[in-house]
Write a protein that binds this ligand. Structure first.
Ligand SMILES: Nc1ncnc2c1ncn2[C@@H]1O[C@H](COP(=O)(O)OP(=O)(O)OP(=O)(O)O)[C@@H](O)[C@H]1O
Ligand SMILES: [Mg+2]
Length: 169
């Protein structure tokens, strides 16, 4: 058997909030890499629904017991963060052709910036291909059913936020 340094992957995103599509990709990544760091991009959106700490807590809760799944936040260039973590792989999810152009551009830019880091694309189970955090928030706000599209803890937290908002009106 040849030994190699641990293969660490970074899965970056905003995860506002975590969806079943994200969970699917993280589980697939955790199977093929020694460890996967779910990296929440800090301060991109001025008004995220969930704070960074809430997003971290949700992902940690969903992946408790999965020792090779870690959760952190980062800011600045993704490749700088990846190098800091000794990661050699960036994981991205591909839902549809519409994701491709942007992802292709980002992957090549990241390769330009850091030739030693590879981007790996993974496809979720087809039942998750239409899910995005933005659409989940929109549908939930309008009273639509989101059970199964997000982990149960996310649905709970969304309800709690809705209640708090109603209470403060
Ligand atoms: N349902 C899904 N299946 C597979 N990959 C996904 C899914 N949703 C998001 N991803 C991937 O996860 C990564 C992080 O994405 P991001 O945080 O933007 O999630 P998002 O659901 O697209 O959120 P938003 O709607 O706010 O853009 C990206 O590589 C994205 O393509
Ligand atoms: Mg997105």
């Amino acid at each position: 058997m040849t030994s190699h340094p641990p293969r660490i992957a970074i899965y970056p995103g905003s995860f506002d909030p975590l969806t079943s599509g994200h969970v699917d990709i993280i589980e697939r990544g955790a199977k093929i890499f020694d460890s996967i760091i779910v990296a929440i991009l800090a301060n991109v959106e001025k008004t995220p629904l969930f704070t960074e700490n809430e997003r971290i807590a949700i992902i940690r809760d969903v992946f408790k017991g999965h020792e090779n799944v870690q959760v952190e936040t980062f800011s600045g260039l993704l490749v700088d963060y990846a190098q800091l973590k000794n990661a050699s792989v960036l994981v991205r999810g591909l839902r549809a052709v519409s994701d491709f152009e942007y992802e292709f551009q980002m992957a090549l830019m990241n390769r330009h910036l850091a030739p030693g880091i590879e981007t790996v694309f993974m496809m979720p189970d087809e039942k998750y291909t239409y899910i995005s955090s933005r659409l989940i928030k929109e549908v939930f706000t309008l009273g639509g059913e989101i059970t199964g599209l997000v982990p149960p803890v996310v649905e709970e937290k969304l309800r709690a936020k809705q209640k708090a908002k109603k209470g403060s009106r």
